[in-house]
Design a protein around this ligand. Sequence first.
Ligand code: AMP
Ligand code: MN
Ligand code: MN
Ligand code: MN
Length: 303
Amino acid sequence: MTDDTRNINADLHCHSRYSDGRLEPAELVRRARDNGVDLLAITDHDELGGLDEAIAAAAELDLPFVPGVEVSVTWGGETIHIVGLLVDHRHPELVAGLEQTRAGRDLRAREMGRSLAAAGIPDTYDGALRHVGNPALVSRTHFARHLVERGVCRQVSDVFRRYLVEGKPGYVAHSWARLADAVGWIRAAGGVAVLAHPGRYPLGAVARRALFEEFRSAGGGALEVLSASHDAGQSRELGRAAIDLGLMASRGSDFHAPGESRIDLGDLPNLPAELTPVWQDWPEARAAAERRALSLPASGGKP
Ligand code: AMP
Ligand code: MN
Ligand code: MN
Ligand code: MN
């Protein structure tokens, strides 16, 4: 079937300068199109500000697009990320919830700066701010880029390992939104909640299962099975968990920046056939499948 939505190249997780990505929303849209992405969502951390620009850019390039967001949550003492897809990005409940979630970021960043200064690296708060695209959204990534620029570490991932994770000198614990609240805001805005990169959380089997079940009870709709954070074994295991729990499956590169992100936009395997794509019934996915069928040669193209 030429209009089957299953094997479209859907990339439903990435970041612009409105959070900790490096590209403007319109640049992300163009890069996605150039990489062969059929359906794109931009999911900035706790922020919807880039979506109007993205929607306009996607319309101009005729690229099917869904508005998204990635909400920071604290669950069982861990930071968990919940992606919201196909949200009404003007919905007051979602807008207010995210505003509240962002509110503590600046104080946390100042504290990170003090903590790094105490460890012998001064002036990192101001340095991180120079990398920020959106002053309301200063993140650990901006500190990491600043420390790379200063030559403290060679790459962003080294800064995280040495300074920005629990137990390291620049780490400052923070309390984000509650899981049920984040899922509730996304659903209130008409969206579907996706548990982002579940393979990344340092949870044992029992806690992981409890997280999945609580997420589902709260109204969560899908697990992000395919992500740059997962190896093939983790993706298989998460696929099984999704089936087991009756959840749909999502696919997202979590792209942040050229040369920094391991996986580029659209550069992931297809979802295994036994999983239900979270985009299955979206009109945007149908449009993507139709557009893709038109652009492929009659004999078929890449799978
Ligand atoms: P924040 O919301 O300020 O705590 O920053 C979280 C962001 O840091 C994530 O969305 C990732 O983009 C980035 N990040 C977290 N851990 C790592 C890591 N180990 N290596 C590179 N980037 C990371
Ligand atoms: Mn990020
Ligand atoms: Mn994340
Ligand atoms: Mn992300």
